[in-house]
Structures are given as structure tokens and as C-alpha cells.
Design a protein around this ligand. Sequence first.
Ligand code: NAD
Length: 236
Amino acid sequence: MTSEKKSALVTGGTRGIGLAAALALLGRGYRVFAAYSSDESSAKAAREQGIETVRADVSDEEAVRALFARTGPTEVVVNNAGISLFKQIQDTSAEEWDRIFAVNVRGAFLCAREAAKGMISEKRGLIVNISSVWGEVGGSCESAYSAAKAALLGFTKALSKELGWSGIRVNSVSPGVIDTRMNSRFSSSEREALLEEIPLGRFGTGEDVARAVLFLLDNEYVTGADIPVNGGFSVV
Ligand code: NAD
């Protein structure tokens, strides 16, 4: 009976990296919920694969409360919902900066806060924040995005120290260049140039990132860690 299964939530779990993580958790027997912002055709496809979808903007406090009212207590939360911005700083508006932080950072905070309430009473749980290689090393013309992803790394470490005492582990995964819709803006020559910077000679897949999430699920002695999944793009 599905109602007896442990639940997992993947924000942005209807496509790309999030979908791969959601399917991996489904494969581990979880009842999996995916929050998404607007792409209905991806949500439909995710539902057809057994994922329960909830349209909710993770930056909206009330929407996140309603999301967790729908999921009930979750054992695993993957804060994957994210948006990027490729602009030079002089062209970046304050509104754009705030939106990048609202989705990538505030969204992770709101979901972690709601999840922690149930996890603390269970004395068990796993939160995985999807950061980025740019959060680790910074990306030119992506200062807002890089700063937001770096904030997630700090948030992860702090929360792992706070929640470890309650049996909750908090980790991050930092993907490099993953072949998803987020990178569809690259021209073929830009893709070629990027490939030349990746020692393993290919872009990553959502499944590559999902395997890191499963590692964090399986290894119950890892918390406060960041796992780079970048093909050697940036070894730090
Ligand atoms: P994607 O654009 O394919 O998917 C993003 C998902 O997030 C979608 O399901 C979308 O509905 C959801 N989303 C966006 N804004 C939302 C909001 N406000 N509320 C709820 N859901 C929202 O992107 P992706 O490439 O799969 O990226 C997933 C995560 O991985 C992001 O956090 C991204 O920053 C990070 N990341 C991606 C790459 C890459 O190369 N693709 C590299 C490093 C990090």
C-alpha cells in the first residue's frame, strides 16, 4: 500500500536532474513527490512514471506549507528547484538578483524548515541541497547564481551541525555541466568549447547526479558534505 511507504520530496522533480533523483528514489521504494513551477508537460510525464506532482513555487512560504500538508512527513528532501541567470553584473537588476536568491536559497530554507519539523520528531531524515560547481568556484557572468549556490553550501554545513543531533543528515551535491534544459541556451560552438574543459570528455546526466543522491541516502555516516559531480571540470 503506497500510504505505508516512506515519503520523499524532490523540488523541481519533474524534469532534468530532479526527475532523475525522483526516479532513483522511486526505485528505492519511496513514495515520491515532485514540486514544480510551471512546466505542465514535464509534470504529466513525471506522473506517468509514478511520481506525485504538486505545483508549488518553493519561494512562496504559504505554497511550501501547503506542499508539506500534501506530502505529510518526508524522510528525504532534495532541494533541487533552481533557476540560473547568465548576465554581467552591470546588466543584472536587483529584482533578478532577488529572484535568483528567492528560488535557489529561500526555497531550500523554506522546504528544509518544513521538512525538519517532521524529521525531528522521527529522529531521522536526509536533506540534500543541489548546489553547483559555480557555488564552489564562481562562474563569470553568473555572479547572482554563483552567490546563491555558495549560500546553499554554507546553509548545508550549518544545518548539518544543527540537525545532526536529531538524527538528520544534511549534505549537498554540486553538479558541473549537466545536459538539461537549463543549459539549452548554449550554441553548438559553446558546447564544444565547454567540452574541452571537462577531463572526462562529456557533459553529465541527471542520472550521474542522482547516483550521488543515492550515495548520500545509503551512507548514514555522511553529513555536512558536498559531493562534486562534474567530470573533473573543476577540481577544487
Ligand atoms: P531544469 O531547468 O531542467 O529544471 C528545474 C526544475 O526546477 C523544474 O522542474 C522547474 O519546474 C523547477 N523549478 C524552477 N523554479 C521553481 C520554483 N520557483 N518552484 C518550484 N520549482 C521550480 O534544471 P536542471 O538543470 O535539472 O537543474 C536542477 C538543479 O540543478 C538546479 O538547482 C540547478 O541550479 C542545479 N544545477 C544544474 C546544473 C546543470 O548544468 N544543469 C549544474 C549545476 C547545478
